[in-house]
Design a protein around this ligand. Sequence first.
Ligand code: SF4
Length: 117
Amino acid sequence: MEKYMTCVACPLGCQLTVTLDGDEVISVTGNTCKRGDAYARTEISCPVRSLTTTVKCEGGIHPVVPVKSSVPIPKDKMMECMKIINSVTVQAPVSVGQVVIHNILGTDAHIVITNIN
Ligand code: SF4
Protein backbone atom coordinates (compact mmCIF):
# COMPACT_ATOMS: atom_id res chain seq x y z
CA MET A 1 0.00 0.00 0.00
CA GLU A 2 1.16 3.55 -0.68
CA LYS A 3 0.38 6.67 1.30
CA TYR A 4 0.97 10.19 0.08
CA MET A 5 1.83 13.17 2.25
CA THR A 6 3.48 16.56 2.17
CA CYS A 7 6.59 17.00 4.27
CA VAL A 8 6.12 19.97 6.60
CA ALA A 9 9.64 19.93 8.05
CA CYS A 10 10.59 22.93 5.88
CA PRO A 11 8.83 25.34 3.48
CA LEU A 12 9.82 23.34 0.38
CA GLY A 13 6.95 20.93 1.06
CA CYS A 14 8.24 17.83 -0.75
CA GLN A 15 5.53 15.41 -1.87
CA LEU A 16 6.32 12.09 -0.19
CA THR A 17 5.25 8.61 -1.16
CA VAL A 18 5.40 6.07 1.65
CA THR A 19 5.26 2.38 0.76
CA LEU A 20 3.86 0.23 3.56
CA ASP A 21 3.60 -3.46 4.29
CA GLY A 22 0.86 -3.40 6.90
CA ASP A 23 2.10 -0.89 9.48
CA GLU A 24 5.73 -1.28 8.46
CA VAL A 25 7.36 1.43 6.33
CA ILE A 26 9.20 -0.20 3.42
CA SER A 27 10.38 2.97 1.70
CA VAL A 28 9.97 6.72 1.51
CA THR A 29 10.47 8.54 -1.79
CA GLY A 30 10.06 12.12 -2.95
CA ASN A 31 12.05 13.58 -0.08
CA THR A 32 14.85 15.97 -0.93
CA CYS A 33 16.65 15.38 2.36
CA LYS A 34 16.70 12.86 5.19
CA ARG A 35 14.38 14.96 7.34
CA GLY A 36 11.59 14.01 4.96
CA ASP A 37 12.26 10.32 5.53
CA ALA A 38 12.16 10.83 9.30
CA TYR A 39 9.01 12.95 9.04
CA ALA A 40 7.19 10.29 7.00
CA ARG A 41 8.15 7.48 9.37
CA THR A 42 7.04 9.47 12.42
CA GLU A 43 3.85 10.48 10.66
CA ILE A 44 3.02 6.82 10.09
CA SER A 45 4.00 5.50 13.54
CA CYS A 46 3.24 8.40 15.92
CA PRO A 47 2.19 11.67 14.28
CA VAL A 48 3.09 14.75 16.30
CA ARG A 49 2.39 18.46 15.98
CA SER A 50 3.51 21.62 17.71
CA LEU A 51 0.65 23.08 19.70
CA THR A 52 0.11 26.84 19.58
CA THR A 53 -2.79 28.49 21.35
CA THR A 54 -3.53 31.00 24.11
CA VAL A 55 -3.98 30.88 27.88
CA LYS A 56 -6.26 33.11 29.93
CA CYS A 57 -4.45 35.91 31.73
CA GLU A 58 -5.69 38.03 34.63
CA GLY A 59 -4.38 41.39 35.71
CA GLY A 60 -2.73 42.34 32.42
CA ILE A 61 -3.52 44.45 29.38
CA HIS A 62 -4.85 41.51 27.34
CA PRO A 63 -7.23 38.75 28.48
CA VAL A 64 -5.06 35.98 26.96
CA VAL A 65 -1.37 35.34 26.24
CA PRO A 66 0.02 33.20 23.38
CA VAL A 67 1.65 29.88 24.29
CA LYS A 68 3.17 26.92 22.47
CA SER A 69 4.45 23.47 23.29
CA SER A 70 8.20 23.28 23.82
CA VAL A 71 8.32 20.14 21.64
CA PRO A 72 5.74 18.54 19.32
CA ILE A 73 2.90 16.60 20.99
CA PRO A 74 1.27 13.37 19.76
CA LYS A 75 -1.74 14.32 17.63
CA ASP A 76 -4.02 12.00 19.55
CA LYS A 77 -3.35 13.96 22.77
CA MET A 78 -4.10 17.41 21.33
CA MET A 79 -7.72 17.63 22.48
CA GLU A 80 -6.88 16.46 25.99
CA CYS A 81 -4.00 18.95 26.17
CA MET A 82 -6.32 21.75 25.07
CA LYS A 83 -8.78 20.91 27.85
CA ILE A 84 -5.96 21.28 30.38
CA ILE A 85 -4.66 24.50 28.79
CA ASN A 86 -8.16 25.98 28.72
CA SER A 87 -8.54 25.31 32.45
CA VAL A 88 -5.44 27.38 33.31
CA THR A 89 -5.29 31.10 34.10
CA VAL A 90 -1.99 32.91 34.57
CA GLN A 91 -1.53 36.08 36.58
CA ALA A 92 0.20 39.11 35.10
CA PRO A 93 2.97 40.05 34.93
CA VAL A 94 4.15 37.20 32.70
CA SER A 95 7.36 36.78 30.71
CA VAL A 96 8.37 35.17 27.42
CA GLY A 97 9.57 31.63 28.05
CA GLN A 98 7.61 31.30 31.27
CA VAL A 99 6.40 27.73 31.72
CA VAL A 100 2.66 27.62 32.24
CA ILE A 101 2.27 23.82 32.38
CA HIS A 102 5.15 21.38 32.99
CA ASN A 103 5.25 18.07 31.10
CA ILE A 104 1.66 18.23 29.94
CA LEU A 105 0.02 14.79 30.00
CA GLY A 106 3.43 13.17 30.43
CA THR A 107 4.43 14.13 26.87
CA ASP A 108 7.72 15.81 27.96
CA ALA A 109 6.33 19.01 26.42
CA HIS A 110 6.05 22.18 28.48
CA ILE A 111 3.52 24.85 27.60
CA VAL A 112 5.44 28.15 27.47
CA ILE A 113 4.52 31.77 26.87
CA THR A 114 5.76 32.98 23.48
CA ASN A 115 4.88 36.68 23.31
CA ILE A 116 3.61 39.35 25.67
CA ASN A 117 3.08 42.31 23.32
S1 SF4 B 1 12.15 16.44 2.60
FE1 SF4 B 1 13.68 17.92 3.31
S2 SF4 B 1 13.68 19.49 1.72
FE2 SF4 B 1 11.78 18.33 1.46
S3 SF4 B 1 10.21 19.46 2.66
FE3 SF4 B 1 11.08 17.86 3.99
S4 SF4 B 1 12.72 18.91 5.11
FE4 SF4 B 1 12.24 20.18 3.33
